[in-house]
Design a protein around this ligand. Structure first.
Ligand SMILES: Nc1ncnc2c1ncn2[C@@H]1O[C@H](COP(=O)(O)OP(=O)(O)OP(=O)(O)O)[C@@H](O)[C@H]1O
Length: 305
């Protein structure tokens, strides 16, 4: 049956996307198909080298897929899309410009669509000098200026590559607060990669787990959690037969496991919901076993005749 989602409900869709940086090189993204709905805050997680930055670069139009198609809001991606803002992992900025000049550059590049107050708060202007050159800033300060450019743009889709990676605790809280207030005000979609799952679980409602270039889990976090359970019971792991087992280990005289239940669970088993961190870690530890991509991908637009 065709999926009911229309392409306008989807912020980012990947259809059979493969990416190789060299013609005969390995596939950094390997036949990926998934979608991320509009209006969600999506955590993009995976081990080092899983392909997270590559995916974000493609969504921003900075890299092209070797095969397949990437769409934002139902249209093929392109660089400089007015509805898309991208915070790259290496925070590219002009080192000789001052902070104030950089923000003026952002305002000029996004004329008529620039939130100067938000950009100034994101850049933490009250705390460090607007006349400081970008090249003289610390890594964390540069991140805040780069974030200011992304947030100031009033984009409908924010692609943020490890936005908190080099921020101190106070800065993380401030930036998360600004980001969440912005999302609440505007309904923008955010896709942000991070390795700190505990930090994401408070703010994200959607999840995409990449592992070796493949989407392993993708969907609404509550739905994904509801489909899994941590079970503890007496006896060995053979009692899990018939369920999808992401992870199991001996626990005292019994067994504890994170499973996707495919049949009613026996009486006497202790059952609880997994945390997001448990689900992601178990999913990454069981490549191929746990694949569950809940987000439907709408059909491609008919080409105009
Ligand atoms: N420009 C490039 N040329 C060649 N290989 C690349 C390029 N960019 C990324 N790669 C390779 O693609 C793979 C995935 O890299 P990517 O940066 O997308 O992973 P990641 O999940 O973002 O990793 P991390 O968590 O370490 O940032 C890596 O093996 C990397 O070496």
């Amino acid at each position: 049956m065709p999926p009911s989602t229309s392409s306008s409900d989807v912020a980012l869709a990947a259809r059979s996307v493969t990416k190789r940086y060299r013609r005969r090189g390995r596939a950094v993204l390997d036949d990926c198909t998934f979608s991320i709905p509009s209006g969600v805050v999506c955590a993009l997680v995976g081990a080092n080298g899983a392909g997270k930055s590559t995916l974000l670069e493609m969504a921003a139009g900075m890299e092209r897929p070797t095969a397949g198609a990437v769409e934002v809001f139902g249209e093929p991606v392109r660089t400089g899309h007015p509805r898309v803002a991208y915070l790259a992992q290496d925070r590219p900025l002009f080192p000789r410009l001052t902070v104030a000049e950089t923000l003026r550059y952002g305002a000029r590049a996004n004329q008529g669509n620039w939130d100067a107050a938000l950009a100034e708060r994101a850049a933490d202007l009250p705390r460090f000098h607007r006349r400081e050159r970008i090249g003289d800033l610390s890594g964390g300060q540069r991140t805040r200026v780069a974030l200011a450019l992304a947030l100031g743009k009033r984009a409908d889709l924010l692609l943020l590559d490890e936005p908190m990676a080099d921020l101190d605790v106070r800065s993380r809280q401030e930036v998360m607060g600004l980001l969440m207030a912005h999302v609440a005000d505007t309904g923008s979609t955010v896709i942000m990669s991070s390795h700190i799952i505990s930090e994401l679980s408070d703010v994200c409602d959607h999840l995409l787990v990449l592992d070796q270039g493949r989407p392993r889990l993708c969907g609404d976090i509550e739905e994904l959690l509801a489909q899994h359970a941590v079970v503890t019971f007496s006896g060995g792991a053979q009692r899990l037969a018939g369920h999808t087992v992401l992870e199991s280990r001996p626990a005292g005289r019994g067994t504890s496991a994170l499973i996707r239940a495919t049949a009613p669970l026996p009486d006497g088993w202790e059952v609880r919901s997994p945390s997001l961190e448990e689900l992601v870690l178990a999913g990454l530890a069981a490549p191929g076993v746990c694949d569950l991509v809940l987000s439907p991908v709408p059909y491609a637009k008919e080409p105009a005749s």
